[in-house]
Design a protein around this ligand. Structure first.
Ligand SMILES: [Fe+2]
Length: 147
């Protein structure tokens, strides 16, 4: 949150690049949805509008996780189980919280911090680690992340 009490947006930077184009384009979309969600909360939009964006975000997250997990299985990623557990924990947290969402309550604050911390942190650590693995395995389309 900034000094005026507005939720900050997450800008895409090259630090988020995993080197796998499919994963990277999913992550860009996830950050865009997160920014839509923050913007709606900042603008004081009604429960219905915020809820719709949150539903899109949850649905897209699930789609993305299954895509990433499939790629992990196909490439025999050794850290698959641990990575999948992170996805499952996040999916449970966001679904539980989303169910009770009320705009302006502490819950939307909870959700926004959870999302901001999780999206940025998970991509920068766990997903980049997987990206480096894919590049090392010579997975088609994957390339070394830029400097
Ligand atoms: Fe992931």
């Amino acid at each position: 949150m900034d000094c005026e009490g507005r939720w900050e947006l997450i800008a895409w930077t090259d630090n988020y690049i995993t080197g796998n184009p499919g994963i990277d384009s999913d992550h860009r979309r996830l950050l865009a949805l997160f920014n839509e969600f923050s913007t709606a909360v900042n603008a004081g939009q009604g429960d219905g509008a915020v809820r719709r964006i949150l539903d899109d975000l949850i649905e897209y997250t699930q789609y993305h996780f299954s895509r990433e997990e499939r790629l992990m299985q196909e490439s025999h990623y050794p850290d698959y189980e641990r990575h999948k557990k992170m996805h499952d924990t996040f999916t449970r947290q966001i679904a539980d919280a989303g169910y009770h969402l009320a705009v302006g309550s502490d819950l939307s604050a909870f959700l926004l911090s959870l999302l901001a911390k999780w999206l940025g942190g998970h991509i920068l650590s766990a997903d980049r680690k997987f990206g480096i693995f894919l590049v090392g395995e010579g997975t088609p389309g994957s390339s070394v992340p830029g400097p």
